[in-house]
Design a binder for this molecule. Sequence first.
Ligand code: NAG
Ligand code: NAG
Ligand code: NAG
Ligand code: NAG
Ligand code: NAG
Length: 469
Amino acid sequence: MIKTLPMRLSRRPARVLLAGLLFVFFILTLTRSRHAGGRHSKTYQRKTKSFFPPLRKKGGVDPDYCENFPTQLLDDIQIVLKTGAGDAAKNKAHLATVTSCITNLIVVSDHEEKIGDRQVIDILAELPASYAVNNTDFQAYAEHKKAQAEGETVNYSREGWRLDRFKFLPMVDKAYATNPKAKWFVFLESDVYFFWDTLFRLLDQLDPTELHYMGSPAPGANDLRFAYGGAGFVLSQGLMKKLIPPKTVATEGLDTRLSVRYEDWVKEDCCGDAVLGYAIYNATGVKLEALYPTFAGDELKKMVVDKERWCVPLLSIHRVQPEQMEGIWKWERTRPYNQKPFVFSSLLAYTHSFLKEGPTREFWDNLSEAPVRKDNAAKNANACASECSNDPKCLQWSYSQTVCRFANYIKLGNPVDKENGGQGEFTSGWDLKKMGELGFKVDEDSDINDTCMEATWLTPTIHTSKQAQ
Ligand SMILES: *[C@@H]1O[C@H](CO)[C@@H](O)[C@H](O)[C@H]1NC(C)=O
Ligand SMILES: *[C@@H]1O[C@H](CO)[C@@H](O)[C@H](O)[C@H]1NC(C)=O
Ligand SMILES: *[C@@H]1O[C@H](CO)[C@@H](O)[C@H](O)[C@H]1NC(C)=O
Ligand SMILES: *[C@@H]1O[C@H](CO)[C@@H](O)[C@H](O)[C@H]1NC(C)=O
Ligand SMILES: CC(=O)N[C@H]1CO[C@H](CO)[C@@H](O)[C@@H]1O
């Protein structure tokens, strides 16, 4: 029994103590890196075919961004978008960009709605009535329904967010029931950007009859890793078959839906993605195949590009704002035609195109690390830049108030308030020489858009209890 431990343990004092210890352990686990340090151990190289390269002909101001989308693959790959009340702007942006080419998309939410020609399914309506009994978290659901019946817009709320966890199990049930022949089931959220070409290349290398549960790992109860919802995740047909067996004599005619079998777990847990992971392990014995950072789940401005990740294929970005969603989509589709896999360093042509104008940026925090040495108080930004260039690992630096910071990665970062911040000068810079050696070149005869010779695919990591972090 994975999930309900703390509940069950409250009967005896010794058990309470044990529960306390478990809790401490849980917090310790949480405060450690969510992604096991961001390290990835093994990679492999394989030639893969491009299924959805950028447009060849850009065709005017408003080209058809879905041109050449491999729609035939959608018979085999069922995509599901999960969203919620109050996400109207995100949904609109997502459906107009990333999911605009997905003809058989399933959109699930906590209320029914029509967005353009897309039907949004109220997935909570498919839950057994017992979910609502003695469940204060379900009140928001009733309120949504009432507001909607009165023609009001349903807005974002904390309570609405707490409803989110109830969507995961019925969403998986629904995807399988709707398209039982699909070889792959892919789940994403309305603030998750997906590079489709990477997904198709990845799935093309795998056997869907095998049991696959893939995503970005987050630590769960009992030392189990689950796929973090914000990075998207993928289930294979083989897994689905075992996870949700048909109602037969063997299942004694019982309802085999996950939402029925694991109702208690989801009521007691905070997070639907975690419960899905526990349910998958409980029903099939399958553990998450962690593919971080390909399933990145990171924010664009904090995305780390370094030597190790340079050629690692990138599949997802998290917390993408609606305007950003549109920006990345248009850029991705219209960047120079290229059959190579989209990798971490490909993103630099989008995030760091300003480097064409020069290696520094004023009033900009590059999120460089805290100073590495006590004595590296540089006199000015130029001195900081040259210290960085002398450090073989330094890829970027920032300078403010006599503090010079280095980083052995490249990040976008964010602007610093000129007027109000009180921080005065704040300059960030990038070491174009070392970036050039890695493959990022902004001089005339080289190409900022083509950074990596050959992709290095990740071998999935499966966490075992004894594994050292
Ligand atoms: C699955 O969960 C049930 C209910 O808690 C438990 O009895 C059973 O032992 C679990 N099975 C596995 C294989 O973990
Ligand atoms: C709901 O909670 C109340 C008070 O905690 C309890 O008396 C009642 O039996 C519960 N009902 C169900 C159906 O569990
Ligand atoms: C949602 O917000 C809009 C605009 O602020 C408001 O008109 C509407 O009444 C709100 N809906 C609900 C259910 O509170
Ligand atoms: C990279 O691609 C963009 C279009 O996405 C283009 O405007 C730019 O000139 C290219 N840069 C180089 C150095 O080729
Ligand atoms: C100069 C500055 O504020 N740098 C910050 C960059 O980001 C790191 C963490 O991301 C901070 O620790 C630094 O203070």
